[in-house]
Design a protein around this ligand. Sequence first.
Ligand SMILES: Cc1cc2nc3c(=O)[nH]c(=O)nc-3n(C[C@H](O)[C@H](O)[C@H](O)COP(=O)(O)OP(=O)(O)OC[C@H]3O[C@@H](n4cnc5c(N)ncnc54)[C@H](O)[C@@H]3O)c2cc1C
Length: 397
Amino acid sequence: MDKHYDLIILGGGCAGLSLALRLAELGEQSPTTLIIEKRPAYSNDRTWCFWDEGNPALTECADHTWSSFKVQLGDKQLVKNCSKNPYVMISAQTFYTRAIQNITANAKRCRLNHDESVLAVIKQASQTWRITTNMGVYTANHVIDTRPASQISDDMSVLWQSFIGFEIEASQDLFDAQQFTLMDIDQSFKNGLGFTYVLPVTPNRALIEYTVFCEQAMSAGSLQPYLDVALSQYTNHADYKVLRKECGQLPMGNQTVKQSDDSSYIFAGLYAGAARPSSGYAFQRIQGWAKLCAQSWVEHQSFIPAPKDAALTAIMDDIFLHVLKSNPDAAATLFFSFFSKAKLISTIRFLSDHPTLTDLGSIILSMPTVLFLKSLPSFLKKRVSMSLHVSIFKSTK
Ligand SMILES: Cc1cc2nc3c(=O)[nH]c(=O)nc-3n(C[C@H](O)[C@H](O)[C@H](O)COP(=O)(O)OP(=O)(O)OC[C@H]3O[C@@H](n4cnc5c(N)ncnc54)[C@H](O)[C@@H]3O)c2cc1C
């Protein structure tokens, strides 16, 4: 392969590699592809979880699945059986290894450059893209840019999901590896929702994470004291060693989703609409986009951005975030009510992006009515001012 490609993918993380995996399946039909990744090597830096909705391509590489989960609020506890749609975990290590194997098997048409940073991208008079990196210059007919935002600010997103987790190995058996804790809500956390998330993979090994949903993105350092409390609670002061750490800040309701006017330059990944507003999760949405994108190449020799959320789901997410933002102290009740009253299958389909109208009805009915009615005037005011802003903007264009 020379330095010109059908496609150059900027960033070989989840979105870049997911697309490369899908394109590799096309064999000789796949575009010639270069992935430029700035990390010198991959590490087991994150754990992707999602509800299994019958996607064998994803579940066959699962590291662990759970058939039940707990949600806890003070002395109230819900235990839900999710054996029909198990909760699936894929470690970054498994995912990266699989992606590299497939890329290597398709080496004639796809290449992954590590330890290389994209510095500049410009469109040339020839209508091709010129990509300059710290290692050289390449050209491409199409670019997919998955690089994350270079800087984040609190006002970029309605809320932020910030978390820090330690995967630990305890000196004694402490966990039930069949059941995970989705939310152990911390009633002492103010100005948002704080909770512990526990993913046990063996009786003495688990990922224990402390997560906060609030208006500010919180640093790992500021979350550490909360995690320390959760660790001592879940290990019951038994000895343990930390196997690895992970942390992140995910936008919930990103206000600055990027997309270019040029169909040969597509933004993708976490900061281009992949993060679900009401949960911040993105893995399954990225897989869905990668599949559509590869199909688009076969059918039209072009690529596509992530599809927009269905209108009703988008409105539900918007209301949900608005209620959470304007009632941070009520977040704990809101979530507990959601899990205790809505039907489990509706909850799973809602969280996995495919709610039916009945699911949406079940979710609306599960919410504390007073809270919603209280937030309705400010929500409607916000929507009206947004529509006015859009129509004034359109009429002055
Ligand atoms: C710790 C953690 C746990 C998560 N858990 C879940 C989960 O359980 N479920 C879920 O659905 N979502 C989860 N997410 C959210 C989301 O799925 C991930 O953030 C996912 O990795 C997003 O994919 P991406 O490709 O957009 O970004 P990334 O995977 O971050 O990929 C972007 C890539 O671009 C590279 N890059 C950046 N700048 C340059 C440059 N100048 N030149 C070249 N390369 C560059 C980076 O090195 C990186 O590899 C989690 C996120 C984190 C951080």
